[in-house]
Design a binder for this molecule. Sequence first.
Ligand code: SF4
Length: 412
Amino acid sequence: MQIPGHIDPVTTGTVPLRGGNRVDLVGLTREGIRSALEEAGLDAKAAKLRSKQIWHWIYHRGVTEFDAMTDIAKAMRPWLTERFIVGRPTVVTAQVSTDGTRKWLLAAADGQEYEMVFIPDADRGTLCVSSQVGCTLNCRFCHTGTMRLVRNLSAGEIVGQVLLARDALGEWPKGTMASSADIDDEDDDAGHYTADGRMLTNIVMMGMGEPLYNFDEVKGALKIVMDGDGLALSKRRITLSTSGVVPMMARAGEEIGVNLAVSLHAVNKEIRDEIVPLNRKYGIEELLAACAAYPGANNARRITFEYVMLKDKNDSDADARELVRLIKQYKLPAKVNLIPFNPWPGAIYECSSPERVRAFSNIIFESGISAPIRTPRGRDIMAACGQLKSAATKPSRAELDRIAEEKQAALG
Ligand code: SF4
């Protein structure tokens, strides 16, 4: 489906297979794995059984080698290895911030690079996942927005980020698989199987890219992440963040059903047109009406409005009051997340002072709407909100010109 946008989105395109001619099973639906096995020559009954087992090993146990899939007949494992792989993105760099935040620069099979970030907190661990390489939307406060959109990530590349994070955090369950009926081997690892005590508890689709411009692949990936016989993350622990792709919001609620976050960042047309240029296409009223109609939003599952605090741009008391008025006018079950601006090289904005951010937050709180101030995380490794950009990708000529012009205008 072609979705109108600031610049028309590109498709995922043909990505070379990571395993040569072998098919990567990561990102396929259960049905997709079954068909792949049938196409490779298994009869329908065997394909059904093996696909169920393989699914469990990939998504419940984090196994990447068919040889380790101990309930699959030993003789069949080399046959699978010749035809299929269980892929992972390549890690180009992995960094750890002084506050424990981790950032990975990953490479796809075709060499395209994208980032993911893990943010540990006392009571949760949140993985910030990318949906595209680059972004079309050019939000002015966002470093990713200075990259051109290279391509969409596939469902496999999106879910691959979650798998890789669990590898890196070392939290796949260990031990025997009680649910496997036909273990024909004794080489399973020892220990007790446990899925408790997860470090990775939440996922936010807030990395590089606009997820609703890559709807089908994001949906496919999140369905896998939510599947009960696998990663089994509840939809309540997953948040999809959009800059306001209004025509896709209802579908996101109906077909994916995860929590919604909206990058609002301004309360009037002039400023939002500047900060989030998509606003020129889908204005604030249209966006808030789509939020009011978002399936599943209620006081227990509120919509999060992200609001980046930019000095003398969108941070006045009047802005805070207007934000409250809009939320009330549209009767939105909402909370506001105030994000102190995270600087990056070439950025034309400054962060509001801590006093200003607090005053802004107080006005919203006093109206009965929650407005916590987000603690910046991972700034020292450029992992904070709006700072992601795959370092290897240079900005386009037009982008460099725009940055130079804006710097000049800001100076003069
Ligand atoms: S905030 Fe999101 S949608 Fe906007 S430019 Fe950055 S990555 Fe793209």
